[in-house]
Design a protein around this ligand. Sequence first.
Ligand SMILES: Cc1cc2nc3c(=O)[nH]c(=O)nc-3n(C[C@H](O)[C@H](O)[C@H](O)COP(=O)(O)O)c2cc1C
Length: 216
Amino acid sequence: MDALKTITERRSARAFQPVSIPKEMVEEILGLTVNAPSGNNLQPWEFVVVMDEEKDRLSRRLIKAYKEKQISCGSGAVKPLPKATRQRGVQTLEAMKTYADRIGASIDSFINEGSCNFYGAPVAVIICLDDCFSARQMVDVGTAVGYMVLAAQASGLATCPIGLITDYADEIKDLLNIPENKKVVIGVALGYPDRENPMAQFRSSRASLSELVRWI
Ligand SMILES: Cc1cc2nc3c(=O)[nH]c(=O)nc-3n(C[C@H](O)[C@H](O)[C@H](O)COP(=O)(O)O)c2cc1C
């Protein structure tokens, strides 16, 4: 698929078909992902790929943790968000709510429980970073996520980055035997999109460049 088309067409999926993905296909996507640039070419990312029944087991554990702790999907910001940014988040949620209404789901439980379930995707990729690294290497992981979601899109698959799961890092590390000195940075749901699901019609918008760019 043409790279520009891949970039413009990609959007996160929040409904997946319950269809397994061959390991080779996941390997191909990860092989493309690691072409991402990283500071000093350290390639600090570590991937834990959780598939099929094991992914279901992980989801059950996360949903249980969510029900106990009730931590909602949020920005994780340490100070109040600037107005324009906050509005983008509010608008996105409001737009998504229209679609959640169509499937009779409350938007909060749809997003929170859905995120814990990787929206039904057969594969969850958990990305970790050794705790020796500074915030600089978080940029590397973010870049890798960008490559991963585009590689999946170009391969006919869909993704949704799932930051919410980092609130349940202890449970994830325990279940997946991830060492204490590794940070769980993000998860990515990966699978075939369920285009029949009303949620598939939702497409997030973008602010205009004039709001985001200052030319000098
Ligand atoms: C770092 C990061 C964390 C995210 N965490 C979640 C999440 O926990 N749950 C979720 O449903 N979507 C999550 N998303 C997806 C965003 O909501 C989505 O990327 C954004 O609304 C833009 O929509 P698009 O991906 O469809 O273009 C996350 C995305 C990023 C980049």
